[in-house]
Write a protein that binds this ligand. Structure first.
Ligand code: GTP
Ligand code: MG
Length: 405
């Protein structure tokens, strides 16, 4: 069995690879600390991607960051409380992982996570140096997707406007201006280079399309551009060339009318990004409570499991991430992988040896496994499929990897 006979023994004995996809419909939000999936570059199959919180000062970005990650970024009722980005991992609440852990009587539960970055606030004119100036640029450049935090709550103690659609327009204008400056500074150079090297023509065309959209004030995430061409602009690190979602931060007094309050933003972003209405303050307070009390508070307010599982799930969907599980008596674990990955690639998220020595995957849908009650019962009932190297791991699959190194 190669260099790691103990590993093979361990895996044979304990690991059941369970692959599934869950958008958190029944997410409980309970249990599990801010544990992380395997770290790695964002472009890799198993790497963790970053969601950046972007908004005007006092929109509630740091409050949302703390609620999602259990972090302690400073929150205060004055603008520009946040001057440097903070990064932390938000665990993805996952009811199905909990169910698998219960089935396996796992001693430990490890959730998948998404990295969240709390970025300094933007103001009108930021792209030209107002407020904290260009500081936001670097923060936004290094994330894979944007979460626009838009303030709808009114509070005389907290300076700033309660105008989510207006905030969206202000933010988008600053991001567009910053992107336009980037494109314009590069386009002539690339055009010249393309005269000598014809293979650069497609890149120049992709830049020109971006320039046209930006000049008409449209952020690239809603310009209807060809997704394939995004890759050609990657080197420009454009701020609006990333997927987006919006969180409209509603006040406690707006909870009942939340859909109407968020409607103007939802209308603007329709077809380009999801809009979620969230009372960030309430969620942040609930997140600080012990699990039992948290559910009681949220359910008492008619908020079900709260909005954080929805935000985390929307971020996951936006980033094109999926989750697979390992489950056994030692631990049940959710692992993150890039949508469309094959069974060997997913095996490699756990350990490179599993990818290298991949033989086949035994596959069952996660809820079928639960129905069977155990892997052994599923197997003896003939419910397990055999899949090879080309198998694309599908939402809701359960796998056991056979390998030999
Ligand atoms: N009433 C009310 N206050 C809120 C809500 N969300 C945030 N706040 C308050 O608004 C103030 C600003 O919140 P932060 O989370 O610091 O906002 P921020 O967007 O990080 O602000 P900067 O870092 O200055 O850009 C704090 O006093 C929060 O307690 C809300 O839903 N309702
Ligand atoms: Mg802040």
């Amino acid at each position: 069995m190669g260099r790691f006979p103990w590993l093979a023994f361990f895996l044979e004995r304990f690991l059941r690879f369970t692959v599934r996809f869950d958008m958190g419909h029944d997410a409980s939000g309970s249990g599990g600390g801010p544990e992380t999936a395997a770290p790695g570059p964002a472009s890799s199959v198993g790497g963790m991607e970053r969601l950046g919180l972007v908004g005007l000062p006092n929109a509630g970005k740091s409050s949302l960051f703390n609620a999602l990650t259990g972090g302690s970024a400073p929150v205060a009722a004055h603008p520009f409380t946040t001057t440097e980005s903070s990064v932390a991992v938000a665990p993805i609440p996952d009811g199905r992982l909990d169910a698998l852990a219960e089935m396996s009587a796992s001693k430990k539960v490890v959730r998948a996570g998404v990295e969240v970055v709390d970025i300094a606030g933007l103001v009108a004119g930021s792209s030209a140096g107002e407020g904290l100036g260009n500081r936001f640029l670097a923060g936004i450049r290094e994330v894979d997707a944007l979460c626009l935090v838009l303030r709808a709550f009114g509070d005389p103690e907290v300076p700033g406007e309660a105008d989510p659609a207006g905030a969206l327009a202000t933010l988008e204008l600053e991001l567009v201006l910053a992107d336009l400056a980037t494109v314009e500074s590069q386009l002539d150079k690339r055009r010249k280079a393309a005269r000598a090297d014809k293979s650069l023509a497609a890149e120049v065309a992709a830049m020109e399309k971006a320039q046209a959209a930006l000049e008409s004030g449209v952020p690239l995430y809603r310009a209807g551009l060809d997704p394939e061409e995004r890759a050609l602009r990657r080197g420009l690190f454009l701020l609006t060339d990333k997927p987006v979602l919006a969180v409209v931060n509603v006040g406690e007094d707006q909870l009942e009318a939340a859909p109407e309050v968020a409607a103007p933003v939802a209308g603007e972003l329709a077809g380009h990004g999801e809009t979620l209405a969230v009372c960030v303050q309430l969620e942040a307070e609930a997140a600080r409570l012990a699990p039992g009390e948290r559910e009681e508070l949220l359910e008492g307010l008619g908020l079900g499991a709260g909005a954080l599982p929805r935000v985390a799930a929307a971020a996951y969907e936006l980033l094109g991430r999926r989750i697979f599980f390992t489950t056994g008596d030692k631990e049940s674990r959710a692992w993150s992988f890039r949508a469309g990955a094959t069974a060997p690639e997913c095996a490699g998220v756990i350990h490179s040896d599993l990818q290298r020595g991949f033989i086949r995957a035994e596959v069952i849908h996660w809820d079928e496994l639960l129905e069977c009650g155990s892997w052994t019962a599923a197997k003896s009932g003939g419910r397990i499929r055999l899949e090879g190297k080309d198998y694309h791991v599908a939402d809701g699959d359960v796998l056991e990897i056979r390998f030999n190194v």
